[in-house]
Structure formats: C-alpha cells, structure tokens
Design a protein around this ligand. Sequence first.
Ligand SMILES: Nc1ncnc2c1ncn2[C@@H]1O[C@H](COP(=O)(O)OP(=O)(O)OP(=O)(O)O)[C@@H](O)[C@H]1O
Ligand SMILES: [Mg+2]
Length: 221
Amino acid sequence: MAILRAENVVKTYERAGASSVEALRGVTLRVEAGEFVAVTGASGSGKSTLLTVLSGLDLPNAGSIHLDGIDVTQAHEEDLAGLRNRKIGFLFQDFHLVPSLTAWENVAFPAELAGEKTARERARALLERVGLSQRLESFPHQLSGGEKQRVALCRAVINRPALLFADEPTGNLDTRNGQEVVRLLLDLKAESGSTLVLVTHSDALAAQADRVLVMSDGRIL
Ligand SMILES: Nc1ncnc2c1ncn2[C@@H]1O[C@H](COP(=O)(O)OP(=O)(O)OP(=O)(O)O)[C@@H](O)[C@H]1O
Ligand SMILES: [Mg+2]
C-alpha cells in the first residue's frame, strides 16, 4: 500500500526582479508504507523542495500529492495542520527548535497539541533514551549541534508518525554524532514501523535505504 503518492509535481519559486526557478519539474513517485527511501543529488537539484511539498509544508504549483490517502493539494489548511501533527514527523537540517522552549518542552509540544495526556512523560522518556536526561531544562542555545539534532529527532518521532521526513539530518554533525543520530533514527523508525524519506549526501547512509532516488535539475532520474 502506497502511503505517499506524488504525480507530476511542479514547484516554481518566484524571485522579485529575477527569473523564476523551476525547483521541481514534474516529479512522480510512490512510497510504500514502512519503506526507507533515500534521496540524493547535487546541491540545488530540488531535494529540500521535494521534501517540503511531499510533507505538506508547502504547496506545489501543479500536480497532486496523496498522503495516507488524503490529497494535500485539495485539503483545507486546518485538516492539513492536523495531518501534519498526527501523521508526519519532520527532521530539519538546521533543527528548527523553538528558542523560547526548553528541550523537554520542544519535544512535548507536538504531543500536547495532539491532546496526548502523557506528553511530558513521553518526552522525558525519549530524551533520556537519546542520552539527554541532564539537558531536559536546557534551551536550544545552550545545546551543542549534536544535542539539538537529538532533541529535534525526539520531537519528530513523539507522535509516532506514519511518515518521517529527514533533510540531511547528519549534515551539520561530526562523524560520531552523525552515526549516533542515524542509529537512533533507524531504531525509532523500526519500533514505530514508520516510513522514512531521507535526504542525504552520504553514500554510506543512502546504502542503508531500501531504495535510492537521485534528483537532477528538478527531476528524479
Ligand atoms: N525560497 C526559495 N526562493 C527561491 N528559490 C528557491 C527557494 N528555495 C529553493 N530555491 C531554489 O530552488 C532550487 C532547488 O533548491 P533546493 O533547496 O530544493 O535544493 P537542494 O537539492 O535541497 O540543495 P542542497 O543540497 O544545497 O540543500 C535551487 O535552485 C534554489 O536556489
Ligand atoms: Mg537542501
């Protein structure tokens, strides 16, 4: 069963005073539930754009995207927000943590939004699991890059998303921290049976995927 289907997706960015950029030029793909798909390709080929439109964070200019049977391009913003909160986890290269919230609050937030009564306990358990039990009350600016990425990982998985998107999750980390984040990501994926779509420049990481998609100039080769 395909959990994600994209058909002829086009995404164009308008730039004031300059020509527009065709970041996605008709992308069609299917991802089966439970699959681990790696996306690779040169800088500027459209990988991050693909992830943001596939996950419903941004809308394409043309084409359709079905997430777990729901047509993202036709959905109302409220339904889309609910879908993102309950079904989707997103791990950003530059973490996107809320600066005014502690590590613990950042992780608990999506679960509280979903009305989860044990959000705080679950968040604490996840942070302990990734070795951050001494950092629960730290704010993002007090954490190292590797620590921030582990907090972001806990936040991405707290609602046990059916679909997990990760954009170069190890891009800003040294080798050891990068391997640690990947190990945790794959462990958590296995436990909740999530589908994972991950952008990476690492051949070693791509080699661990069920399938590798290579992007070039806004298309999948
Ligand atoms: N907000 C934006 N406004 C205008 N152009 C954009 C915007 N975001 C991306 N682009 C352009 O769209 C194209 C695809 O960008 P994208 O970020 O998807 O590439 P990428 O494959 O993720 O690259 P990288 O490996 O460097 O992260 C690039 O030409 C980029 O300059
Ligand atoms: Mg990118």
